[in-house]
Write a new protein. Structure first.
Length: 409
């Protein structure tokens, strides 16, 4: 019984660890983005762009990062989605209402704003999903800078919105940014996933087996035409959340207590092992090699052309209208209570922070457009919109009254 009672505590501790690592990683990601923009506009620019295009074996450095290392990022995303829905902040229907409504509106409205601005050019319509994403690391990094000025409930809500947002982004990539399919490799990938599901059902808890089969699945997905990073999400959903069963005679031991609380389950072990490497290594590396854009050759008209403008306003206006509007309607309509300790100014600040697209927005932008010139405009729109949204969210939350009424006036 003690082990069962300690389960919620273990989950809360895992959430705090998650937020702490994400926040620190988000601050590091900010530095990587700034460094990329500086390098791309200095005499080091030629070396920077040459490094991105250099080959390491059969693939370029950019390809290894975007299709290889980012598969590990999506593996972590999949683990977080599974954990949150099964035992975390999204494990009950009631807890899902507010973040689900906010995330849904936060995806739909920015896409509508983008199409209204850039949809007149059929060549640009493929970018509709770029402003739909939220960068949880960047957003939590900004919240970390605010300290106690941001209520804990706001951090939890932001995390929940971002998790659902990531799930929607994964579905968007799978459905709308998939090239022509090669059926044989795709069939092999599904066969590999079936093997891992059987391993899960059979009680296999050795992560090495999941890793070996998962690598084969990644290679098959890479050859199939589906974006290889989706292999990470598929593999994550097969990782066992329950720990290895323990004998009744051993249930009073400390290790058994840890197992029953879920702390030693394969999913928790993999998530905790991957998280620092992703937050402090892969994501900043992705940011550094994807955020750099040479501004010297761009005209003022290009900077405010429909593509970057649609992305920036989608992140700024679309996210604000969608997320704030959904939360306002849900609270006023009695569907969900206001987050504890938060007032409407906090919700406005939260909505702006959700307008920080960055990692996922840049990733989708790379899938949407092959033209390097268009990719540069995507970077301008994502960086511009994300920076303004982040600064606005920080300023609003910084000056928000900490004793603001919990319920709407």
């Amino acid at each position: 019984m003690k082990a069962i009672a300690k389960a919620p505590i273990a989950i809360l501790e895992a959430l705090r660890d998650f937020m702490r690592i994400e926040a620190a990683g988000g601050i590091l990601l900010m530095g990587a983005a700034v460094a990329a923009m500086i390098v791309a506009n200095t005499p080091f620019a030629d070396g920077y762009f040459a490094a991105k295009a250099s080959y390491i074996g059969p693939l370029t450095l950019s390809y290894w990062i975007n299709d290889g290392l980012m598969a590990l990022f999506f593996l972590l995303v999949g683990l977080e989605i599974k954990r949150e829905f099964l035992e975390g902040q999204l494990s009950t229907p009631t807890a899902r209402i507010l973040p689900a409504l906010a995330a849904g509106a936060g995806v739909a409205v920015p896409a509508i704003v983008f199409v209204m601005i850039a949809g007149g050019d059929p060549a640009l319509v493929r970018g509709w999903a770029i402003p739909a994403a939220t960068d949880i690391a960047f957003a939590l990094g900004v919240l970390a800078l605010l300290g106690s000025r941001a209520p804990a409930s706001l951090k939890i809500l932001l995390t929940a919105i971002a998790v659902i947002d990531d799930l929607v982004a994964v579905l968007i990539i799978a459905l709308f940014y998939t090239a022509e399919l090669a059926l044989v490799p795709l069939g092999l990938a599904f066969a590999g996933i079936a093997v891992l599901i059987l391993c899960n059902r059979a009680g296999v808890r050795h992560l090495g087996i999941y890793g070996i089969v998962g690598l084969a699945i990644w290679a098959a997905v890479l050859a199939s035409g589906v974006h290889a990073t989706l292999a990470g999400v598929a593999v994550a959903l097969t990782i066992p959340l329950k720990p290895k069963p323990v004998h009744k005679a051993a249930t009073q031991t400390p290790s058994a207590t840890a197992d029953e609380s879920g702390g030693h389950s394969p999913l928790h072990r993999l998530e905790h092992g991957l998280h620092p490497w992703i937050a402090f290594g892969i994501i900043p590396l992705f940011g550094f090699f994807n955020a750099g854009v040479a501004l010297g050759g761009m005209s003022g008209d290009a900077l405010v052309s429909p593509l970057p403008l649609g992305i920036a306003l989608g992140l700024l206006i679309g996210k604000q209208v969608g997320i704030f509007g959904a939360i306002f309607a849900a609270v006023r309509g009695g569907l969900s209570p206001m987050p504890e300790g938060a007032g409407w100014s906090h919700i406005v600040g939260l909505a702006f922070l959700c307008g920080i697209g960055f990692t996922m927005s840049l990733f989708i932008g790379g899938l949407a457009f092959d033209d390097p010139a268009l990719q540069d405009l995507v970077r301008v729109g994502v960086l511009g919109g994300s920076i303004i949204a982040g600064l606005a969210g920080f300023a609003i939350l910084f000056f928000a009254g900490r004793n603001e009424a919990k319920e709407p006036a």
